[in-house]
Structures are given as C-alpha cells and as structure tokens.
Design a protein around this ligand. Structure first.
Ligand code: FMN
Length: 192
C-alpha cells in the first residue's frame, strides 16, 4: 500500500511539480529491489550536477537491500534511523573527496550536496523516494569500508518506493504525518 497522506509542499508560487511533490519519507515499501535502470538514472543525474571548477568531488558507495554491504552500512546508522532505513531498497553512502591531485577542494561539501539534490529530483521522476541522513557514525563507516582521507562519508541516503506511514513505528511516525513547513521567503532574504 502506498502513502495516502498528501505531503506536497504548499508553495507560495507555483514551482516545478516534481520539486513540490518531493518529500523525505521514512516509510518505504518493503521487499522492493531497484532496477539497474533506476540506479543508473540516479547516478547519472548526480554525475551531471555542477561543481566548483568541474572537480566533481562526489563519490558513492551503493548498497542494495539484502546484501552484506547493506547490513554493514545499516549497522553504522544511529538507532533512530536504523529501524525504518532497514526497509529501504538501497542505502547510498554519499562520500566527498576533500582533495584531488591538484590540492584541497574547498567546496567539496557544497558540491556533493548539489549532486544529491540532482539525485533526489531524479528519484522523484522515477517514482522513488529518498531520505538523506546525517545520523550515522562516519568514523565507523569509513573504517568499515576502508575509506581514507581525503574521502569523507557525509550522508547515508535511503532510497526506495514510498511505503505506508501507518506501518512506521510510533516513535518516528510523527513527521511523516505532519504538514511540511519552510521558513518564509521574506525571512530568508537578507536586506542590506
Ligand atoms: C544533510 C541531511 C541530514 C539529514 N539527516 C536525517 C537523519 O539523520 N534522519 C532523518 O530521519 N532525516 C534526516 N534528514 C531529512 C530531513 O529531516 C528532511 O529533509 C527535512 O525535515 C525536510 O523534509 P522534506 O525533505 O520532506 O522536505 C536529513 C536531511 C539532510 C539534507
């Protein structure tokens, strides 16, 4: 069963329908595998993000459900994320490289974020949902997968088909039922 709660953004002015519809759910339809075509499209969308000097400081570790890698990534999540993320079709570790052969990459974190924004948009276009997580042990994940500097695991991203929020544990269900909110544009603008 898919989510019946309307979590579309109530935008101040019309925006692209996929941007308005995209939201981060913790409810994933269990037992669903991503197709190779879906995975390829997600990574391709991330690959074509802009970056400082076209340095492309994003790297990805993809763990599909029902694999040993998936369990290894899952183990590094904070307990509050682990239960619901276990139902995702894949866990993608978004890794940045803080340097390349020419030196430090000062905008690596920013660029990785843009790549993930591209990926989430493509996911919406594929009918998939994505929830990014900062709630994981980056040191443990780096050790588990032998990721050494300048590689830094930055988020873990749960990807899958939207599920039914009614199936979520009560401890995490609240935000999936609540209306989505944003700071008003007036309050975002810095008036000189
Ligand atoms: C960098 C980053 C870290 C996040 N960490 C977590 C997390 O650890 N656990 C979680 O449930 N959601 C996490 N989220 C999801 C946000 O809470 C969510 O995107 C935000 O509440 C806005 O909701 P929306 O994406 O549905 O618009 C994270 C999102 C981002 C971008």
């Amino acid at each position: 069963m898919t989510a019946s709660i309307d979590r579309h953004a109530q935008t101040a002015v019309p925006i692209h329908p996929l941007l308005a519809a995209r939201h981060s759910t913790r409810a994933f339809a269990p037992g669903v595998d991503l197709t190779d075509a879906q995975v390829a499209a997600l990574l391709e969308a991330a690959r074509w993000a802009p970056s400082a000097g076209n340095t492309q400081p994003w790297r990805f570790l993809l763990a599909r459900r029902d694999t040993r890698e998936f369990k290894r990534v899952l183990e590094t999540l904070k307990p509050g994320n682990r239960d619901w993320a276990a139902q995702a079709s894949a866990l993608l570790v978004a890794v940045r490289t803080d340097a390349n052969e020419r030196g430090p990459l000062s905008h690596a974190m920013y660029d990785l974020g843009q790549a993930m924004a591209h990926l989430t948009f493509q996911a919406a276009a594929e009918g998939l949902t994505v929830r990014q997580m900062g709630g994981f042990d980056a040191d443990a994940l780096a050790a588990e997968f032998e990721l050494a500097e300048p590689l830094v695991p930055t988020t873990v991203v749960a990807i899958g088909l939207p599920g039914d929020p009614a199936d979520l544990d009560e401890s995490v269900a609240g935000p999936d039922r609540a209306p989505r909110a944003r700071i008003a544009i007036d309050d975002l603008l810095i008036h000189p």
